[in-house]
Design a protein around this ligand. Structure first.
Ligand SMILES: [Zn+2]
Length: 159
C-alpha cells in the first residue's frame, strides 16, 4: 500500500476525535499511520532506489511489537491518560498499517524472527481499485465503531 493509502485508512481512526478525549487518540493515529515504514529510516541511492536502514517489512512490521505498545498504553491509562491515548492511537494505526500490508502480495512477517519469511493474503495490489475498496471498507467499519461508541457514551451519560 502507498503512503497515501496508509494515511487514508488511518484517517478513518480520526473519527474517534469526535469522542471525549478522542483528539489525543486521533493525533497518535495520524503519527502512527505510516510509522512501520518511516521507522525503517528510508534512504535513497543515486538512482532513486529505496534502501532503508532496516530492511523493508521486517522488524518494524512485526505485529507483536505494535500489540505490546497498545497493551502498554492501555495499562498506563490510569496514570498517564493523555500520553497513553496518543500511544494507543499510534499503536492501533501501526497495527492497521500492518493489516493493510498483509493484504498485499509482499505481505508481512508473522513469526519470529521477523526476517526472511512473510505471509500475504493477496487481496489487492497497490494502486488497484481493490485497494480503494478496502480503504472504503475500513472507513465504513471505523464509522460504525465510532457510532456505537458514541451511542454507548450517550447511554451512560443518561444513566
Ligand atoms: Zn508498510
Amino acid at each position: 500500500m502507498t503512503r497515501g493509502g496508509h494515511y487514508a485508512t488511518a484517517l478513518a481512526l480520526a473519527g474517534a476525535a469526535l469522542l471525549p478525549h478522542g483528539l489525543a487518540f486521533a493525533l497518535g493515529a495520524a503519527a502512527g499511520a505510516d510509522a512501520p515504514d518511516y521507522l525503517e529510516v528510508p534512504l535513497f541511492d543515486a538512482l532513486g532506489r529505496r534502501r532503508s536502514l532496516i530492511a523493508h517489512r521486517t522488524w518494524t512490521h512485526y505485529w507483536p511489537f505494535w500489540a505490546a505498545l497498545a497493551a502498554f498504553a492501555v495499562i498506563s491509562m490510569p496514570w498517564a491518560a493523555g500520553s497513553a491515548l496518543v500511544a494507543f492511537g499510534y499503536a492501533l494505526a501501526g497495527l492497521l498499517h500492518l493489516g493493510m500490508d498483509i493484504l498485499t502480495p509482499m505481505g508481512i512477517p508473522l513469526r519470529w524472527p521477523p526476517v526472511g519469511r512473510r505471509t500475504s493474503l493477496r487481496v489487492y495490489n497497490t494502486g488497484s481499485l481493490r485497494e480503494v475498496a478496502i480503504i472504503g471498507l475500513v472507513w465504513g467499519a471505523a464509522g460504525c465503531l465510532v457510532l456505537v461508541a458514541s451511542a454507548v457514551m450517550w447511554l451512560f451519560a443518561w444513566l
